[in-house]
Ligand binder design. Structure first.
Ligand SMILES: [Zn+2]
Length: 235
């Protein structure tokens, strides 16, 4: 198998394998990759500015998804750019989401596994320390949170849930169309709901049908509801 085939199977857009090493004893595969011709635009990881010239280059070693029984390590050539805004900075590489020695899709596989198994099980499955799995999962969730689509808030529900003698009530604000809980607050006073608005108005004002959302909810919330009643209020 030539480097062309390795490049195809690796499937890192814009990168080609120029050297490989297979160790049958340790069941490990090492692939050296660099940019394909025509993929020369460098992006500053600090500000996103584009450059055609590199300041210098370096190699980074990351763990990628396994190839069959083989643990795969990719050694990637990365550049630094000399940015007028950020100074000498590493270029942005989509396959390298953080400084940790893992590729993006490897972190995604670990993060996904964490959704249905304990950290200890995932650690065993991937041969990683539990602390490493936790750190990967956290980055995975942060990336997910940063890129997920935020549904516009058109219909908002305010519920009170009775939590027993200690906690008494909590107030839950949810998006009625998606059923997604947006916020929880202790107690069920009007001031409780006020805490929801400072950060929400900024994010959602443009998405509400008129500017009176705050007034509506405050008025609704002033009424008192019987304990345990189903309390969804439509705007
Ligand atoms: Zn920059």
């Amino acid at each position: 198998m030539g480097d062309n085939e390795f490049t195809k199977i690796l499937g890192w857009p814009g990168y080609r394998v120029y050297r490989h090493e297979i160790n049958e004893g340790t069941k490990s595969l090492r692939l050296w990759v660099r940019r394909k011709r025509g993929n020369r635009k460098l992006i500053c990881s600090g500000c996103g500015r584009r450059f055609s010239d590199a300041h210098d280059s370096n190699e980074r070693e990351v763990r990628d998804l396994p190839w069959g029984e083989y643990r795969t390590t990719v050694i990637i050539e990365v550049y630094r750019v000399c940015c007028p805004e950020c100074g000498v900075r590493i270029e942005k590489v989509p396959q390298l989401p953080s400084k940790a020695p893992f590729s993006k899709r490897f972190e995604e596989a670990v993060g996904l596994a964490c959704e249905s198994a304990s950290v200890r099980q995932v650690a065993r499955q991937f041969g990683l320390a539990a602390s490493t799995v936790r750190a990967i999962d956290l980055r995975y969730l942060e990336r997910w949170s940063a890129t997920r689509r935020r549904d516009p808030l058109l219909e908002m529900g305010v519920d009170e849930i009775y939590f027993g003698k200690q906690m008494k009530f909590i107030t839950v604000v949810s998006n009625l169309e998606t059923g997604e809980p947006l916020w929880f607050g202790q107690d069920r006073k009007q001031e409780t709901l006020d805490e929801f608005f400072p950060d929400t108005t900024k994010r959602h004002t443009a998405e509400t049908r008129d500017g009176s959302l705050r007034g509506h909810v405050a008025a609704l919330h002033q009424q008192h509801y019987p304990v345990g009643a189903e309390l969804s209020h439509y705007l």
